[in-house]
Design a protein around this ligand. Structure first.
Ligand code: FES
Ligand code: FES
Length: 183
């Protein structure tokens, strides 16, 4: 089938089997160098992309779901200003994912930051449909349970969840400061 979509800022028209997984499309049809895993099933979490700004496992997304979608991989994301917020949070905490998990964990954190800073997004995560942000009062509260659920898309356990949450919180601070400066 023919799929029109946007990958890393390029409008593409792909001729692929309708069930071909996005991870293979990226590796074989697009020549993406940052997707390296294709475990075919939700096991490692090292194939994360941003699909319409939300973190998703590319090895389980069939081509037919990509119609008119916007896909961002770490290849283009690492050149953005947003990436700097997460990079600085890694530096500040002294915790950085290993090279195998780096791209996926970073894109998951970006998805969380976008959810927490974008009032127009309504996505809820996980089987309980937990929103990342609780009902807002004057003070923003992070729903840690929902964030942990989202972070668990990458199954590596060599980084403690409390370390990951700390990275999210620090990156969020940098992101909010950036927004305040822009307003
Ligand atoms: S490549 Fe392992 S979950 Fe996608
Ligand atoms: S950070 Fe890569 S295996 Fe855990």
């Amino acid at each position: 089938m023919k799929i029109e979509c946007n990958i890393d800022g390029k409008a593409l028209s792909l001729s692929v089997n309708s069930n071909k997984p996005l991870s293979l499309i990226l590796m074989e049809d697009v020549g993406n160098k940052t997707i390296t895993s294709h475990c075919k099933g939700n096991a490692c979490g090292n194939c994360i992309v941003l699909l319409n700004d939300e973190a998703a496992l590319s090895c389980v997304i069939p081509a037919f779901r990509l119609k008119d979608a916007t896909i961002k991989t770490f290849e283009s994301y690492q050149k953005t200003r947003q990436y700097r917020d997460i990079e600085r949070a890694y530096q500040a905490t002294g915790n950085t994912p290993c090279p195998n998990c780096f791209a996926s964990k970073t894109l998951i954190i970006e998805s969380i930051l976008q959810e927490l800073t974008n009032n127009t997004r309504t996505k809820s995560f996980g089987s309980n449909n937990l929103p990342l942000r609780m009902e807002q009062t004057d003070e923003e509260k992070l729903d840690k349970k929902a964030i942990i659920q989202e972070l668990s898309l990458n199954t590596c356990q060599c980084m403690d969840m409390s370390e990951m949450l700390q990275i999210v919180e620090i990156a969020l601070t940098y992101r909010r400061r950036k927004r305040v400066r822009r307003n």
